[in-house]
Design a protein around this ligand. Structure first.
Ligand code: ADP
Ligand code: MG
Length: 717
């Protein structure tokens, strides 16, 4: 079999039905949002009082008036059926990290045996999917297997299309009948409320007229594309999403010529198709480009309110996955599909905005706004320092362990990059100098305490897990396949906590007679002095930093995800989440258990897959080649190569023996122990199998090698 030839042919012959007749302008104006039930559309379809009542729910967060539910449901059904929908689904985000949907037809039987299209307010507001197979972390076991979905009116309903029809998707929360959250959305919504409750009163101290505050989020998604033919010949990719074998190609990413390079034609066609579908769903995707690694790409939308952004992020992943298939490609979202080559992350750009449209992390150009900015910026610094553990935990997974700290992604140590200008401002406030900094672009305010801050204050730093990027913070440790909901839940909650503490302090200073400028100056200084250790503008990849962070600064270094998950239920964290009504102790414990469980299952599947592929494909390939050349006596080379193959095969055999033993062992009763068994025994045993297998890949004849190589997967486009 000549794989190269076959697959190159496949890559050349892909055929697509490219949608005709859309100019880019038409796409933006006509396609954008056409499959979303926006507030504007609802306004035209509801009576004034009903719409007003719904709007109050959406804009002020007042509970939905049940008496309007039937009317709203009818409007939704009519709209959806006009769009070709035959079914509806409560669309939710169970603790697996992906989305779930159970479709019901709009049709209901009537007495005369025919069917009528129906969809009541009750069906809109609540449903009871048979949810016993979703992870609950023990939350349901002690009570009942029931789970309920409840309409989240703050995220608009939308139509998902497939080749033969369409479905109305209603974003919902998912909870047990005791009201405990079984999903990722519920705590996110609760954290948004906590943030609003903490930040709105703080804003008043600065004279703001704003009445509501929400966090905004723009997530940059990285992913790989490989040819579908290759994918199906890699059982490791099919089963686990990452390659468990694969020698380094002669050329990796060292040339860095892929980054921002011209996008290959097939890929560009795929991207355009996916973007058009995303536009229809009202998802404002804006940026696309090649990433650093060969075969790696990025897509980024314009930021939106966090809850909507989290829903949209799930849809982006789903549309990318589905659309890639149309082009004979597979989109790999795994954090580390290829060893030795950059992994994929999902940078979460986060800020806070008011109902008046102000971004609270925008440095601004006036002293008043600078005071407010410095206050909120200090709060973020305090939040990240106080809760380094939670940020680390929010990105913990078996997948992300291959990426964090691998000199291509931020380290597992959480720190903040502020950039030289903002750091200098804070340093000057701290040392009592105030005023103008040395960096170019500064304008002094004529105040001894507070300088004016340029909009893009600071350079970029790719090595920092948490970076200030001009008017927002970018949390860069988030993994490419994970839901962004929990990381944002954590961010919202820890910033709410810090803002509340600082606001109380500020209020006390003002009550004691200080003027705003003096009070904020003193507060910023005190906060910065206390939390300066978390600020690091240097190279996060350097060994020296890891030493300094841990030993001089006392920052947490939770190297592996299991180290981190351990701390989720600490007294501090349980108290924090409970105080803000985000997660109670049982909900938190359930999440910890599920994180351990997913870790265990992920590595367990990898261990079993490694064992089976090595035993049934790699070893036979090595032995077949060995048999072929062993009889060749006329060539010295044959003897030498046979020796090499034999020695690597023996190494593989021994490593497989060890892996088999560890795969068979349980590691203990508790999920916690099982997960540790995976980390401490199965992962190293898998690695040993891989090392031997990769040696074989380099010497066994290509025609015998059972799987496509890195060179093929990464460079055939
Ligand atoms: P950069 O080039 O600094 O990464 P971009 O302007 O390309 O910045 O933005 C990256 C992401 O950050 C985009 O998704 C963008 O919409 C988002 N973003 C910009 N401003 C904000 C904000 N105020 N809050 C949240 N995300 C934001
Ligand atoms: Mg960015």
């Amino acid at each position: 079999m000549n794989q190269d030839f076959e697959v190159v042919a496949a890559a050349r012959n892909w055929r697509v039905d490219v949608e005709q007749g859309h100019t880019p302008q038409q796409i933006i104006s006509e396609v954008f949002g056409q499959d979303v039930l926006s507030l504007e559309t609802l306004r035209t379809r509801l009576s004034k009082p009903v719409f007003k009542s719904l709007q109050a729910t959406l804009e002020q967060g007042t509970p939905l008036d049940p008496s309007i539910a039937d009317t709203v449901a009818l409007a939704m059904k009519t709209w959806a059926m006009e769009k070709g929908a035959t079914h509806y689904t409560h669309w939710f985000q169970p603790l697996t990290g992906s989305t779930a949907e159970k479709h019901d037809s709009f049709l209901s039987p009537t007495a005369d045996g025919s069917a009528l299209a129906q969809f009541s307010g009750g069906e809109l507001i609540q449903a009871e999917p048979d949810a016993s197979s979703f992870p609950s972390g023990g939350l349901r076991a002690t009570f009942e297997a029931r789970g309920y979905t409840a309409w989240d009116p703050s995220s608009p309903a939308f139509i998902m299309r497939h080749a033969n029809g369409a479905t109305l998707c209603i974003p919902t929360a998912f909870a047990s009948w005791t009201g405990e959250a079984l999903d990722l959305k519920t705590p996110l919504l609760r954290s948004a409320e906590a943030l609003n409750k903490a930040v709105s009163p703080a804003l008043k101290l600065f004279g703001s007229q704003a009445t509501r505050v929400a966090s905004s989020l723009g997530a940059e998604q990285e992913y790989f594309l490989i040819d579908e033919d290759y994918f199906y010949r890699r059982p490791d990719l099919v089963m686990t999403g990452r390659t468990l074998f694969g020698a380094q190609p002669p050329r990796g990413q060292e040339l860095e010529d892929h980054y921002f390079g011209a996008i290959p034609d097939r890929v560009l066609s795929f991207m355009t198709d996916a973007e058009t579908q995303l536009y229809a769903l009202g998802i404002p995707v804006k940026t696309r480009h090649n990433e650093v690694a060969p075969g790696q790409f990025e897509i980024a939308p314009i930021y939106e309110q966090s809850n909507v952004a989290a829903d949209h992020q799930q849809l982006i992943m789903q549309i990318l996955r589905n659309t890639a298939r149309k082009y004979g490609l597979v989109a790999l979202m795994h954090e580390k599909p290829f060893a030795g080559i950059n992994g994929s992350g999902k940078h979460c750009n986060w800020s806070m905005g008011t109902d008046l449209g102000d971004n609270l992390l925008e440095p601004g150009a006036t002293p008043h706004e600078n005071l407010q900015f410095l206050f909120f910026c200090s709060a973020v610094i305090k939040a990240v320092d106080d809760h380094q553990d939670l940020l680390r935990i929010s990105v913990a997974s078996a997948n992300n362990d291959h990426r964090l700290g691998a000199n291509e992604a931020p380290p597992a140590i959480i720190s903040i990059f502020l950039g030289s200008e903002l750091t200098e401002i804070l340093d000057r406030i701290s040392s009592g100098q105030g005023g103008r900094g040395q960096e170019a672009g500064f304008l002094g305010l004529g105040s001894s305490v507070l300088p004016e801050i340029p909009r893009h204050a600071g350079d970029r730093n790719r090595t920092s897990p948490f970076a200030f990027t001009g008017n927002k913070f970018e949390f860069r440790a988030v993994g490419s396949s994970q839901s962004i909901s929990f990381p944002i839940t954590v961010l919202n909650t820890i910033v709410a906590d810090a803002v509340q503490a600082l606001a109380a302090d500020l209020k006390a200073r003002l009550d004691a007679g200080a003027d705003l400028q003096t009070a904020v100056g003193a507060l910023v200084k005190a906060t910065y002095d206390e939390h300066q250790r978390i600020v690091f503008n240097g190279d996060g990849y350097a060994d020296a930093w890891h030493q300094e962070a841990e030993h001089q600064r006392g920052l947490l270094n939770m190297r592996t995800s299991l180290d981190a998950i351990e701390h989720l239920t600490s007294a501090k964290n349980a108290e924090l989440f409970a105080r803000y009504g985000v997660l109670d102790a049982r909900e938190l414990a359930a999440r910890q258990e599920i994180m351990f469980d997913i870790y265990f299952k992920t590595v367990n599947i990898e261990g079993e897959t490694t064992e089976s592929v090595a035993t049934t494909q790699i070893m036979p390939a090595a032995l077949a080649y060995l048999a072929e050349i062993s009889g060749v006596t006329v060539s010295k080379a044959a003897g030498a190569i046979a020796g090499e193959v034999a020695s690597a095969a023996d190494e593989l055999y021994a490593a497989l023996g060890t892996l088999r033993t560890h795969n068979a062992a349980e590691g203990g009763e508790e999920i916690h122990h099982k997960a540790h068994h995976m980390r401490d025994h199965v992962l190293p045993a898998m690695q040993a199998v891989r090392v031997a297998s990769d040696k074989l890949e380099k010497v066994v004849a290509a025609k015998h090698w059972p799987m496509p190589t890195y060179r093929q997967m990464l460079f055939v486009k």
